[in-house]
Design a protein around this ligand. Structure first.
Ligand code: PLP
Length: 473
């Protein structure tokens, strides 16, 4: 297998730093990413959703994966977050790419990355994707049906090497793919013989145990099944030597800045590889994986501004607050629908005094609150009936660890250009600690300049003197 494997001796970050204007941030306080958000809001008077992308986190994640599974070359699943900074960083580190469409292949090529680094890992390709394989000379693609073999044959794509995707679901994974993709083991002989008849070249096996897998033994079972397919393939004349472990890995950082492998221990997967495909017996075996979430989730913090507020007195006499923020289910929080996204949050409070950031932890009075997205759709709700301290217009809600399947799926419904959320690249020293929804209970109080002129007159200082209260709403 001729996957280009030039892993650079030394990672050269200089060009990426210039292209993406990556700002170093040092740990002056407990959380550098949050501090950077504060600086951005103050300096640039931002008033819309933005994302802070920590490319150092991407590097750490890559190095961790290579250290823990040295035989595996990651091919980043571009669909998860087709961010140019993340892709360029991974390319510079030596990663390959899992593309699932013509658009993704073209993005990779536009960034100057060699087509040899691409596997078109969609088992059912549209006509336009088949043409893209021919046009760009994509060398590897997956399939799981006879129909796909016939399509490839009819499109004269015999040059493209095939990887047979098998079904191998982890029942504990957050999102499973088995109902949609992957050949059943009973169907393997039929697929192998059809490929043989058509003169197609099957060079390996792929699987996806499901996104956010919680069971490394699901990988072991799948690797075992893959070996079985390798052996069956041998009888049909296919000398397979590509094993594609798919995605499913989680890449969150713990409080000490280390990568938390508790959901899925890499050493168990590495051991399964060594047990089932011992290195000395399989010297030419090329092993790749297609992590998406692993690389995109924790490097990205999404910040969304509160721009509207409504207070209601409930029958019990308690207050309920509705807040309206600049991002919602048609924007980054599409992940709430499609990806089971849970949305822990930090709050950046506006005090309007413009002083330098100083972090202070303050507990406020808790009220039942609902956070709505910006569109007119009443289904556009980010958090419902959550106990949290009172927010005001101009405050920001920060969602750490929110890069996977969020920005990627945004649309511009309601004329709100969620797809144009601004991005700021940083080179963080420390990770934003992964937080839980319960952390909404504690309020992180940051002095914050009002983000725009419109909101300036409702800051606490001016509110009293103007006699204006919720005028802007
Ligand atoms: N590979 C394939 C073929 C996929 O369909 C996906 C996700 O949809 C991925 C890799 C990435 O999965 P994850 O984000 O769970 O790593």
């Amino acid at each position: 297998i001729d996957f280009e494997e030039a892993v650079p001796d030394e990672f050269n970050f200089e060009e990426i730093r210039k292209t993406f204007d990556v700002q170093p941030i040092s740990s002056r306080s407990m959380d550098d990413v949050r501090e950077r958000c504060l600086e951005l809001v103050n300096d640039m008077r931002l008033e819309d959703t933005f994302a802070v992308i920590d490319l150092h986190a991407v590097v750490k994640l890559y190095e961790h994966l290579k250290k823990r599974m040295p035989r595996v070359t990651p091919h980043y699943a571009v669909k998860c977050c087709p961010d140019r900074g993340i892709i360029s960083t991974l390319a510079a580190l030596g990663a390959g790419f899992d593309c699932a469409s013509q658009g993704e292949v073209e993005l990779i090529k536009e960034l100057g990355i060699d087509v040899d680094k691409i596997i078109l890992a969609h088992a059912v390709k549209r006509p336009v994707d088949l043409r893209c394989i021919a046009e760009h000379g994509v060398k590897f693609t997956t399939f799981d049906s006879e129909s796909e073999l016939h399509k490839m044959f009819a499109a004269r794509l015999n040059e493209c090497k095939l990887v047979l995707r098998i079904k191998a679901d982890d029942p504990m994974a957050k999102i499973s793919f088995g109902a949609k993709f992957g050949a059943h083991m009973d169907d393997i002989p039929k697929l192998l013989s059809t490929a043989q008849l058509l003169g197609m070249d099957i060079v390996g096996v792929s699987f996806h145990v499901g996104s956010s897998s919680r069971n490394p033994n699901a990988y072991r079972n799948a690797i075992q099944q893959a070996k079985d397919v390798f052996q069956q393939g041998y009888h049909y004349g296919f000398k397979m030597n590509l094993l594609d472990l798919g995605g499913g890995y989680t890449g969150l950082f713990d409080q000490t800045g280390n990568i938390d492998e508790s959901p899925c221990d890499f050493s168990i997967i590495a051991k399964a590889l060594d047990d089932i495909f011992p290195k000395d017996q399989w010297p030419k075996l090329k092993i790749i994986a297609e992590p998406g979430r692993y690389f995109a989730q924790s490097p990205i913090t999404i910040a969304s501004m509160v721009y509207g507020k409504r207070e209601t007195v409930k029958a019990s006499g308690d207050l309920h607050y509705d807040y309206y923020i600049t991002d919602g289910l048609y924007g980054c929080f599409n992940g709430v629908i499609y990806d089971g996204l849970e949305t822990p949050a930090y709050i950046l409070k506006s005090t309007g005094d413009g002083s330098m950031p100083e972090l202070e932890l303050r507990l406020g009075l808790q009220h039942e609150s609902t956070i709505w997205g910006p569109t007119c759709d009443s289904a556009d709700c980010v958090m419902r009936d959550t106990m949290m301290t009172e927010l005001n217009n101009g405050d920001y809600v920060l969602f750490p660890d929110s890069g996977a399947y969020t920005l990627a799926g945004s649309c511009d419904f309601n004329g709100i250009e969620a797809t144009k959320a601004r991005k700021f690249y940083v080179w963080g020293d420390r990770m934003c600690p992964t937080c839980t929804v319960e952390q909404l209970d504690s309020e992180l109080f940051l002095p914050l300049k009002p983000p725009c002129e419109l909101l300036q007159h409702i800051t606490p200082e001016t509110r009293a003197s103007d006699g204006v209260d919720a005028g802007v709403e």
